[in-house]
Design a protein around this ligand. Structure first.
Ligand code: FAD
Length: 464
């Protein structure tokens, strides 16, 4: 078979990308290393394996995950169509029979006349157009090859993520805007206008109670294949808290250079928040990377007076995760700027989760298919979930800012009009996204993913 495109990795992103390319008439070779070699998290021979939970999260359109799935469904996603076919009861969530789901994806891909599946480990990037979708556990010779193609140390192997707070849920009676020293010199250094940091002060007693709860809180243990290896400049808060009572107060919670305008004095300690987007609807807890379990993060961080009612758009985490410095390396079509025939898709681009990875597979394929036809596809609108994710991996960052991955959340989208009542904002944003997606779908052309293949025959073909 003539080969127009290689896709490396048959996970959530690679399967979706191969399908979208093939549906657009391109001849695709999908190369998957299973079953010859299994990553520490993969176990099954099928494509599109769900390595942990069998849930693709909420299917309610008013939630970020529900909106993203709704958009993927409308864009003709293979992964979501197969998930819908193998749905198991799980309340509002789209959970699946994981074996049935992966078999279905495998069968459909194997049956596609434009796709050839090769079962082998890829150590070198092939010539010609390629999409690299090798996921969060990319390693071995291919990782070295990718690292060389990126030029320099731009492939990360761990992420250390700090939580993100919904700005609307910050108690502004207990917070104040100020940059350290409040002088231009400092602010030019961080590239933010004066006062853009939000400071959440704590008294001595509040600080000590906070440290006690960080120490006591339940932590997520590393997986067997993860080495808990931390950089000194990026330590988890619980590691700092265990090193000594005052370590956080001299580290990310240091109050130096800050005066609380409400008291006229320096607080004992602060949690600093930095804007996460240009709409100022989401704030990052500076230096708060953590292995605390999600419910514990909510409980402990809400001890900070300004965060008593805080809602978290993303929780902190630290885990093994191969991802590239996308904002600095990728062009508008998710192509490597230094080698435009190479595109990236899935978790390796700096998104987190099954559906987010699938979305990035779909986008990479749409861009590449247009390019192969001699045209260019535009990015999905910023007001859609697909557009929000795309912009997260593309938006320019401050020179000193380390890019960190995200799952889909409403903080990635422009806020609702100020005239919209608070309780109606999510519905309003959902309706806006649904409306704005239409012209983009018309532009890129949607192939509805319908019909059930003769699974048994296809499966035999897929596994042989
Ligand atoms: C331990 C763990 C638990 C997780 N739990 C969840 C969860 O509960 N919910 C959730 O939403 N997300 C979870 N994730 C994240 C989720 O797995 C990813 O978001 C998603 O699978 C990424 O999709 P992908 O296509 O980018 O990569 P993957 O799905 O990992 O697919 C990559 C594929 O590439 C293949 N491959 C890799 N290297 C090569 C090579 N050199 N040659 C050929 N093939 C290769 C792999 O075998 C694999 O099939 C978890 C991740 C891990 C590691």
């Amino acid at each position: 078979m003539q080969v127009d495109v290689h896709v490396i990795g048959g996970g959530l992103a690679g399967s979706e990308a191969a399908w979208q390319l093939a549906e657009r008439g391109l001849k695709v070779t999908l190369v998957e290393m299973k079953p010859a070699l299994l990553s520490p998290a993969h176990q099954a021979p099928f494509l599109c394996e769900l390595v942990c939970s069998n849930s693709l999260r909420s299917d309610e359109k008013s939630t970020p995950a529900g909106l993203l799935k709704a958009e993927l469904r409308r864009a003709g996603s293979l992964v979501i169509a197969c998930a819908d076919l193998h749905r198991v009861p799980a309340g509002d969530a789209l959970a699946v029979d994981r074996v049935g789901f992966s078999r279905e994806v495998t069968a459909r891909i194997a049956m596609h006349p434009n796709i050839r599946i090769l079962r082998r480990v890829v150590d070198e990037l092939p010539q010609g157009p390629v999409i690299v979708a090798t996921g969060p556990l990319t390693g071995g010779a291919l990782a070295e090859e990718v690292r060389a193609a990126l030029g320099g140390d731009r492939l990360y192997f761990y992420d250390a993520i700090a939580p993100i707070v919904d700005a609307e849920t910050i108690d502004w009676n207990h917070a104040f805007r100020q940059s350290r020293w409040d002088s231009r010199k400092v602010d030019e250094g961080v590239g933010l206008p004066a006062g853009d940091y939000v400071n959440c002060p704590l008294s001595r007693d509040q600080y000590h109670a906070f440290v006690r709860e960080i120490r006591a809180g339940r932590k997520i243990s590393p997986h067997g294949f993860e080495e808990p290896k931390y950089f000194e400049g990026c330590l988890p808060i619980e590691v700092m808290a265990d090193r000594g009572e005052d370590v956080l107060a001299f580290g990310p919670m240091r109050p130096i250079g800050l005066i609380n305008p409400k008291t006229g004095s320096r607080p004992f300690a602060v949690v600093q928040l930095r804007p996460e987007n240009r709409y100022f609807t989401a704030y990052n807890m500076v230096g708060f990377q953590t292995r605390l379990a999600y419910p514990e993060q909510k409980r402990v961080f809400r001890l900070v007076p300004a965060l008593r009612e805080a809602e978290f758009l993303r929780y902190g985490s630290i885990h093994r995760n191969s991802y590239i410095d996308s904002p600095r390396l990728l062009g508008p079509e998710l192509e490597l700027l230094s080698r435009p025939n190479v595109r990236f898709a899935g978790q390796i681009t700096g998104v987190e989760g099954y559906i987010e990875s699938c979305a990035m597979g779909l986008l990479a394929a749409v861009f590449l298919a247009a390019r192969q036809r001699g045209t260019r596809a535009t990015a999905p609108p910023a007001t859609t979930a697909l557009g929000g994710l795309y912009r997260h991996v593309r938006a320019p960052r401050q020179p000193e800012e380390r890019f960190s991955p995200t799952n889909i959340n409403f903080g990635l989208l422009p806020p609702a009009d100020a005239t919209v009542r608070k309780k109606d904002r999510r519905a309003w944003m959902t309706a806006r996204a649904e409306r704005d997606l239409v012209p983009w779908l018309e532009e890129v052309g949607v192939r509805p993913c319908v019909g059930v293949p003769k699974t048994e025959r296809a499966e035999r073909a897929a596994l042989s």
